[in-house]
Design a protein around this ligand. Structure first.
Ligand code: LMR
Length: 393
């Protein structure tokens, strides 16, 4: 039976992990998949996570099942981290999911059940897995203009123009902060305008918050979500603990669906749990237990907030550092947009051929679109990186 299948190309982002690992050159630079790295190029377990893991190990008395929604305490804490006090808990269904991707997949399933052939508008460009993941779950995907590759800014007028034509009830996928892949985030005024448009046109906001804490701060980065939550009756939010808790492989995320009343929230919960039961039954516990332990204790939480701040500040410093070096090595080119971007990513703004050449000639790895993971830059490789980029211009 399986003879009928055709081989598929591997995922473009994940493929870079293997390609880089197989490159024997000693001076390679890995700016591919979005994981945080220290100045030494390591992706360590956070100290706050290690401490919480020890605590979980010592105090956990059972590993019995928790159910399709995961840990209720985790759900309450992550809901608060996402929405603050902006919505009454009874109106929100929150469940623990296997990573942000798991949350997106469950969201897509619930949306499909609520409305067959629902249309989701996504930014052009967006995270490379958004479209296959959501389309694979039965949703129709359409792009709205977002990034102007020439001007290296957000095409805000065109974005609003396109969304204002979307039929009532359509869904609009937004990046909560640290837009992946461009790093270009909406300003507060722009969030306001988007929120007003969605509310007046009765479009459903669907926010992906995968980098909370990496732009301005934990609370600050929830600005758009909290603004929307105060203005619309219903919304969907997928969050990830992969980056801000550095729990990547442990798969921790959450899905929240805000509804207009407690009764609907209960119905949505039953649908979401039913979907989970038929897909993976229950989410893994360990990472969520760690997050719950950290968020539930003031001191551990403060330690974690500090670690997120350290990661954020290193990313910002590397952006500034790279732009300064490029000014030096390629004075005829303007790379200042790299510094204006938030979080882990931005485009360098070079062609796919130049990206290939960088890989082949210099051992510098980035996604074909020229998206770089800024966390791969270190004080030790920034000179070489700037020289390499300058050499292909
Ligand atoms: C990325 O965009 O590199 C990360 O979100 C990791 C992934 O799963 O693609």
């Amino acid at each position: 039976m399986f003879d009928s299948l055709n081989a598929l190309p591997s995922d473009a982002i994940l493929r870079l992990i293997a390609e880089h690992a197989n490159d024997a050159r000693s001076n390679t630079v890995d700016l591919g998949v979005g994981v945080y790295r220290t100045e030494d190029g390591e992706t360590p377990v956070l100290k706050s996570v290690k401490a919480a893991e020890r605590q979980v190990l010592e105090t956990q008395t059972t590993k019995t099942y928790l159910g399709s929604g995961g840990d209720p305490e985790f759900n309450a804490l992550i809901q608060k981290l996402t929405f603050g006090d902006e919505v009454a808990a009874e109106r929100v269904m929150t469940l623990q999911a296997p990573g942000g991707s798991g949350a997106l997949r469950v969201a897509a399933g619930v949306i499909s059940r609520a409305r067959e052939n629902a249309t989701v508008w996504h930014s052009d460009p967006t995270w490379a897995n958004h479209v296959p993941l959501l389309a694979g779950a039965g949703l129709t995907l359409k792009p709205y203009p977002y990034y102007d590759a020439e001007a290296r800014t957000i095409r805000f007028e065109q974005m609003l123009e396109t969304l204002s034509q979307a039929p009532e009830g359509d869904i609009v996928l937004l990046h909560g902060c640290c837009h992946n892949p461009t790093g270009m985030d909406l300003s507060r005024e722009q969030w306001q305008a988007v929120a007003e448009l969605l509310a007046s046109r009765k479009l459903l906001p669907f926010v992906d918050l995968a980098y909370q804490g990496f732009a301005e701060g934990i609370e600050e980065d929830a600005y758009g979500i909290r603004l929307l939550a105060g203005m619309v009756p219903e919304m969907v939010v997928a969050t990830s603990c992969s980056k801000n808790f550095a729990l990547y492989r442990d798969r921790v995320g959450s899905l929240s669906i805000v509804t207009s009343n407690a009764k609907t929230a209960g119905i949505v919960r039953s649908q979401a749990h039913n979907l989970v039961r038929t897909m993976y039954s229950m989410p893994p516990d360990h990472g969520a237990a760690v997050v719950r332990t950290i968020l539930g204790d003031a001191e551990q939480r403060a330690n974690w907030v500090n670690e997120v701040k350290e990661m954020r500040e290193r990313l910002q410093a590397m952006r500034t550092g790279l732009v300064a070096k490029l000014r030096d090595k390629a004075p005829d080119h303007d790379f200042s947009h790299i510094e204006r971007a938030n979080g882990m990513f931005c485009f360098v703004g070079i062609s796919e051929e130049q990206v290939e050449q960088l890989k082949k000639d210099c051992g510098v790895y980035m996604v074909g679109s020229s998206r770089i993971n800024v966390a791969g830059i270190t004080p030790g490789n920034v000179d070489y990186l700037a020289e390499s980029i300058a050499s292909v211009l």
